[in-house]
Design a protein around this ligand. Structure first.
Ligand SMILES: [Zn+2]
Ligand SMILES: [Zn+2]
Length: 299
């Protein structure tokens, strides 16, 4: 029953990319091989550049490798000479399998447990599978999302307790920005301060003390208020005319999905939940579903 529910959720996520559904809630992975874990995920790898960004499962060359969850094949081929299969599970979540000779092709729809390839020698002294998981932003430990037989651990960045909602309070939106702090990192390609990975910084960082009120820069409707492993507590607001904005790393949720908010209304506070080096507001914007630099909207 649980598996059915997850399949339905995944199907919804896959058919509505970018809809904001939190796949992480109830996201369960099956092991792609039955072998023992010979090397675990280096937790420090999510904090610093070096480390083992996946787990190794013992196996025999030629063993069948199965998809850990339902999804669509995102990549099947060679990465730097290593046979690789990557499966997209929706909302940016992907699992990767190496070294594998693919028996599926890009775009194929696979169910949990469906064969996706055969194990090749090479990653360990004896054959083993390097199994990775990303939420589209960072590498995560797939075993933390694994179903039986491993003990179910709390997911990376496990849901902290949410403080009770507070009464809406008006705070001034300064210069059309959600907080008045200075910009410490702009929108564009950069080296991630936590993971060390060079990629798109998908928003603007505004410096502000922990607890500083965050104000909606414009009227809107809350379309998502949820916890995300990388973004922490995130509130996404539809401001109309194809414009959406999100406010991330909040210490908790003070607004609910469907709630209308007015320009200048407090929608949360500055925090450091998710992958964050300290209190700041990571402010994101989309125009017609495409990420844009929120500063291009400022007054
Ligand atoms: Zn490995
Ligand atoms: Zn940021």
């Amino acid at each position: 029953m649980r598996r059915l529910l997850i399949t339905v959720l995944l199907a919804l996520a896959l058919t509505a990319p970018g809809a904001g559904a939190a796949v992480a809630d109830g996201f369960v992975l099956d092991r792609p091989l039955t072998g023992a874990v010979t090397r675990g995920f280096d937790t420090l790898a999510s904090r610093y550049a070096a480390g083992h960004r996946g787990v190794d499962l013992a196996g025999r060359a030629g063993a069948t490798v199965a998809s850990a969850a339902a999804g669509r094949v995102y990549f099947a081929g060679s990465v730097a000479g290593v046979g690789t299969v990557s499966v997209d599970h929706g909302n940016g979540w992907r699992t990767t399998y190496q070294p594998v000779r693919a028996t599926v092709a890009k775009g194929d729809v696979v169910g949990a447990g469906d064969p996706i390839g055969t194990l090749l020698a090479g990653h360990c002294a004896t054959a083993c599978l390097h199994w990775g998981l990303t939420d589209g932003v960072d590498h995560l430990d797939p075993l933390q999302y694994a179903a039986t037989p491993t003990i179910r651990l709390l997911p990376h960045g496990a849901m902290p307790r949410t403080p009770p909602p507070l009464a809406a309070a008006r705070v001034a939106a300064v210069g059309g920005r959600p907080v008045a702090g200075r910009i410490t990192s702009g929108f564009g390609t950069r080296r991630h301060p936590v993971t060390g990975v060079v990629k798109l910084h998908d928003g603007v960082d505004l410096a502000a003390a922990c607890g500083t009120p965050v104000a909606a820069p414009a009227d809107g409707v809350v379309v998502d208020a949820s916890f995300h492993a990388a973004y922490g507590f995130r509130v996404r607001i539809d401001h109309g005319a194809g414009l959406q904005m999100a406010y991330t790393h909040l210490p908790g949720l003070e607004v609910r999905e469907g709630q209308r908010v007015a320009a200048g209304e407090r929608i949360g506070r500055v925090g450091s939940t998710g992958l964050s080096t300290g209190c700041h507001l990571h402010w994101m914007a989309w125009r017609d579903g495409d990420l844009i630099d929120p500063l291009t909207l400022g007054r």
